[in-house]
Write a protein that binds this ligand. Structure first.
Ligand code: KG4
Ligand code: ZN
Length: 337
């Protein structure tokens, strides 16, 4: 079986074709960073308009890259939520329409299930059960995963998502949107120990996160200090260190609580090298293993939507001619496969 995947939930148009036997046959990604850079963040209306321009051409390119025609497909999967409603509607209506025109089943996919299952596209894929840390621009979640669709939410952010905190702090440091990866690069030149920020919500039990206070602590320091490149790097280092340490403490706690020793990290922030190194160390100490997608499949992409769509298609999840974008779709409401 072979499926087309369409991702348009935020500021990336991602298209991929996944084949059950051959894996990813083609994937195309267009990032809208340049469109939103002048505004310091994603402008929803501009995002929707750009998805309208890019989705169909990228689908054509992906089919050409794979040497396929629509006749060679068995389904069309698209991100139906969560995300920006206008952006989602583009992928939903194009995906649903193509499925109708090509006489194929249409498969709505949950964006975070896509992230969660992205490590399954790697040679070293995790076995169930495992604990997943999902860290993106919109979400920070710890999930116990017992199988596809068997998700138990263990904890989540009560305010900013980890990626959002990265982006906001980067903006305060004068970095362009999206600042997460740029702040991470800057932190490489930072001096460990010059600044120390809090590890929010680690002193009390529980698996929820809060990152807005940490962002404020960084803001106060940025205002009080000089603007030299070294000081900025030192602040970036301390901020990243606090986020990573907090995530690592909660991952360890979640694994202990579940009695598991397999950890999956996914979502944009899982591309962060320092986070990967830290969690590798933690898992080594626990005699466990950590799994993540290749960097290009950490951030938004069509491959993860095609993969998740295939699992849902095989379990019989398709929609009729009505479709719904669901900007606030909760992960643990998904049916098990
Ligand atoms: O998963 P994603 O592409 O989009 C959402 O679903 O939100 O995640 C994007 C987020 C942004 O906040 C971005 O700054 C962050 O992931 N990010 C990073 C890194 N790469 C992307 N944050 C820290 N370090 C990175 N290397
Ligand atoms: Zn995402």
């Amino acid at each position: 079986m072979r499926i087309l995947g369409i991702e348009t939930s935020c500021d990336e148009t991602g298209i991929a074709i996944y084949d059950e036997e051959q894996g990813i046959m083609a994937h195309r990604l267009y990032s809208q960073i340049a469109v939103h850079a002048d505004y310091g963040g994603v402008v929803p209306e501009l995002a929707s308009r750009d998805h309208v321009r890019k989705t169909i051409p990228l689908i054509k390119e992906a089919l050409a890259e794979a040497g396929l025609t629509p006749d060679d497909l068995d389904g069309v999967a698209y991100t139906a939520g969560p995300g920006l409603v206008g952006a989602l509607l583009v992928g939903c209506s194009i995906g649903r329409s193509l499925a109708y025109g090509w006489d194929l089943p249409a498969v709505p996919v949950h964006h975070m299930e896509g992230h969660l299952l992205a490590p399954m596209l790697e040679d070293e894929a995790p076995e169930f059960p495992f604990v997943a840390l999902l860290v993106s621009g919109g979400h920070t979640m710890l999930v116990r995963v017992d199988g596809i669709g068997k998700y138990q939410l263990l904890g989540e952010s009560v305010d900013d998502a980890a990626g959002e905190a990265f982006d906001k702090t980067a903006k305060l440091l004068g970095l362009d949107y999206p600042g997460g990866p740029v702040l991470a690069k800057m932190a490489e030149a930072g001096t460990p120990g010059r600044f120390k920020f809090p590890r929010p919500m680690t002193n009390k039990p529980g698996l929820d996160f809060s990152f807005s206070g940490l962002k404020t602590a960084a803001a106060v320091t940025i205002r009080a200090e000089d603007e030299s490149a070294q000081t900025k790097a030192d602040i970036a280092y301390a901020f990243q260190d606090a986020v990573i340490d907090t995530l690592a403490i909660k991952c360890r706690r979640a694994l202990e609580q579940c009695g598991l020793n397999r950890l999956v990290i996914a979502g944009g922030v899982s591309a962060n090298t320092a986070l990967r190194e830290k969690l590798a160390l933690v898992m080594k100490k626990l005699n466990g293993e950590v799994f993540y997608p290749r960097p290009e499949f950490c951030t938004d992409n069509g491959a993860m939507i095609a993969y998740a769509g295939m699992q849902r298609l095989k379990s019989g999840v398709t929609t009729d001619l009505t479709f719904k974008a669901n900007p606030r779709w909760s992960l643990d409401s998904l049916p098990p496969v």
